[in-house]
Design a protein around this ligand. Sequence first.
Ligand SMILES: Cc1cc2nc3c(=O)[nH]c(=O)nc-3n(C[C@H](O)[C@H](O)[C@H](O)COP(=O)(O)O)c2cc1C
Length: 397
Amino acid sequence: MSLLFTPMRIGDLQINNRFVHSATHECMAGETGLVTDRMIRRYERLAKGEIGLIIPGYLYVHPLGRAAKYQTGIHSDEMIDGLQKLVNTVHQYGGKIVFQLVHSGRQTTKEIIGQTPMAPSKKGRDPMLLVKPREMSEGDIQEIIESFGSAAKRAALAGADGVQLHGAHGYLINQFLSPFFNHRNDAWGGSDENRFLFLKEVILEIRKKIPKGMPILIKLNTQDYTPKKGITPDLAKEYAKRLKSLGINGIEVSCGVLSYSVFNVMRGDVPVKELVLNLPWWKKHLARIMLKRMMGKFDLQEGYNIEAAKMIKPVLGEVPLFVVGGLRRVSHMEEVLEKGYADFISMSRPFIRQPLLVKEIKEGKTEAVSCVSCNKCLAAVANDMPVACYNKNFPVS
Ligand SMILES: Cc1cc2nc3c(=O)[nH]c(=O)nc-3n(C[C@H](O)[C@H](O)[C@H](O)COP(=O)(O)O)c2cc1C
């Protein structure tokens, strides 16, 4: 029997197999952040596909931490009913569901949140969004820590099986952890320990707000790929040690910061004309030049976070490690588990194309996923279109 289909526990939570649907922004919520029927249908299909653990797209914990127009919210109690429906849909098919919590920090725009985005430090202008953030006050920091706690409580009220902190891809937690973004000289910056404090306080606050035993997971960058030193593998290892001693229930290793190195997050093709589709004319030209320069430099490497996983796993011991990024062949996935590099196989793009993938693997119908990493799904959500596989049919005018 393949290890892929053996159950495993995450804290007290039993997962039926080793497959995880890594958080994937659906771009399907209502404009106020509510779950829609379209989203429910998406997760019903995925749950029917027997994925052990489903993590839907990032949920914003605070109105000022929203990253995208059609992003789902968990920032107010009005969101709970819809989220509960989502949970019930997945549970109905025997799957487990964990909510990913995010605050975007500086990686959003005034158009989306109605004011200048905030960040640990104001240094630097975002090269993609062109945002110059404002520095967070002590009051902002406390308010956001509390909003993570309240959001986790809503996740529990909605019946979710756990929460995952989005500590990767350049969002607020990543910004605090990274010396590239965090230039503070107070308690929240200046040393590794201080840069870790925000995340630590978020975890402690969440623990106070959710039932005992409900897992807290994190998606963590092991390499930021920012122009100057951000999170490096060594620093990630150091943070993983701290997370373990705080009682984290699982770490998903990822890399890349969307605004600086998006194709490290999602290696594969650079779909230039699809990505620039709806940009205003004055941004289009420059964006096209920048994107064209990236073409061919980020080709998919199979399991591109596995080296990082190998490095972090010994630090974690029994705490489960999920690896995401470019996992495409079933025999390779088996090898990753057999060699003990990771405990869970996490995927995003393959499930966009093949929601029934796990069931197909179980039935011996699939040896490799059919996703070709064209990244047109990414271009779609960047254009506020619902996520889907647009490999052959992207509506470029
Ligand atoms: C359309 C799209 C939306 C994504 N949304 C999220 C998200 O909400 N949260 C997150 O942590 N990662 C998100 N990701 C990144 C994936 O979870 C994953 O880390 C990355 O795509 C690499 O895995 P893969 O090769 O299996 O696709 C997204 C990726 C894509 C393509």
